[in-house]
Design a protein around this ligand. Structure first.
Ligand code: DSN
Length: 434
């Protein structure tokens, strides 16, 4: 008996999935598509190898060539973020967060965080990484009208909580964090300032959001596969210089928390692809980041003009790659319904909590992201057409299968990846691999 049919079944599903996303409008804000040069690293021999430690100091033999890869990756990361410390080993954004939580606080110690309904990542909460590390949390107040932290309220929280670290950064992230003021208060109390840049890493690197390492963050974590469109993985960055015993200890603690703390071997093929993604972003990131922000603004405006309740109106809807739409009233919890109708219409996004929601599983919002559409060549003009598809599906309640046909036809003109060194994504993804 052979299981070849099962193996081919999985290959067939992967092909179908490629076609599904190729024909749809993928608008999950945390997702992106991988450049051919990065993808090549994922199927290289690095995939099957082990390395533990740091370049030149390995537990395993056979790492000499990979040492050069990691050394170059770290050098490119430091250049991209204009900083003095980079660790590119974390296998995901959450793993990077876990390492920093482990390095900076012991179980039972107190930290300040944003609530999930205000857009904090799941790892910032008791049910996620913060809870796994056993940390005690006090939440910052959030201002829905400004879609940002309530600055005075947050200062008060920091002063009263006296946290080991103050954690900033969101997964629903429309506007830059007022970091300078809050970092000042944190530092006065001896708390470290931690900024989770998972979503906005590529915007920061492209100079189009905020610059946390210059605004007071001691350490910044990020995902390498969202607005910074590399392989799935994490990175930890800091501009703290090892110029005192305390700072040296701080940086060493971060490295030590990554390995042996939360990784053993750490996906060498992903590290190689991260290095290429950093090089591509150094080359194209400024233009790509600028276009993502312009596209998100254009999409928000297009939706607003079509009578959607787009949050953040007072400040121009968004300064990032995201748009948040509330469907109906908070109590109606229509986010799930809307996300399903959109999927039926060929638009893939996710339901999301808005600040007053109490249930993550029955929220009233949608979070929309433009990183992938931008990477596939769409600009402001196309965002108007995209907004019109939303209107047809959710306001006109047109038959979703009809909308889906039109989405598919529309998408055929956007099959060449931009902002990367080799742009034959179509050939690579659809023909060469299958
Ligand atoms: N949960 C992901 C997001 O979509 O924001 C990040 O890990």
């Amino acid at each position: 008996m052979s299981y070849l049919d099962d193996a081919n079944y999985i290959r067939g599903l992967a092909k179908k999935n490629n076609e599904l996303f190729g024909d749809s409008l993928p608008m999950i804000a945390s997702e992106n598509v991988l450049s051919p040069m990065c993808m090549e690293m994922l199927i290289s021999d690095f995939h099957g190898r082990y390395a533990e430690g740091h370049p030149g100091k390995r537990y395993y033999q056979g790492c000499k060539i990979f040492d050069d890869v990691e050394t170059k990756g770290v050098e490119l990361a430091k250049k991209l973020f204009n900083c003095s410390f980079a660790n590119i080993q974390a296998t995901s954004g959450t793993v990077a967060n876990m390492a920093v939580f482990k390095a900076l606080a012991k179980p039972g110690e107190r930290v300040t965080v944003l609530p999930t309904a205000a857009g904090a990542h799941i790892s910032h909460g008791k049910i996620g990484g913060i809870g796994v590390r056993g940390l005690d949390t006090v939440e910052f107040p959030f201002d829905k009208e400004n879609m940002n932290l309530d600055i005075e309220g947050s200062k008060k929280v920091i002063r009263e909580a006296k946290p080991k670290f103050a954690l900033f950064g969101q997964s629903v992230f429309l506007f830059p964090t007022p970091l300078e003021e809050l970092a000042e208060v944190s530092h006065e109390l001896g708390a470290r300032v931690v900024y989770d840049a998972a979503h906005v890493l590529g915007l920061i690197a492209g100079g189009k959001f905020q610059d946390p390492l210059r605004e007071g963050a001691d350490v910044m974590m990020g995902s390498t596969h969202k607005t910074l469109p590399g392989p799935q993985g994490g990175v930890i960055l800091s501009d703290v210089k090892a110029d005192s015993e305390i700072n040296e200890k701080f940086l060493k603690a971060i490295d030590f928390a990554v390995f042996p703390g939360v990784t053993s071997s750490y996906h060498l093929h992903h590290c190689a692809a991260k290095a290429i993604a950093f090089a591509e972003h150094l080359e194209f990131g400024r233009e790509y980041a600028g276009q993502m922000v312009s596209n998100a603004k254009a999409l928000a405006q297009g939706l607003h003009e079509r009578d959607f309740n787009v949050l953040g109106e007072k400040l121009g809807f968004t300064e990032s790659h995201q748009v948040v739409v509330q469907i109906g009233e908070v109590g109606e919890a229509k986010g799930r319904w809307a996300a399903q109708v959109l999927e039926d219409a060929g638009i893939i996004c996710n339901m999301n909590m808005v600040p007053e929601d109490t249930s993550a599983l029955n929220p009233s919002g949608l979070r929309l992201g433009v990183p992938e559409l931008t990477r596939m060549g769409m600009k402001e003009k196309e965002m108007g057409q995209v907004a019109e598809f939303y209107k047809r599906a959710l306001i006109d309640l047109e038959d979703p299968t009809k909308v889906k046909e039109d989405v598919r036809a529309f998408k055929q003109d956007y099959r060449i990846m931009k902002f990367c060194f080799v742009d034959n994504w179509d050939a690579y993804r659809y023909n060469e691999l299958f």
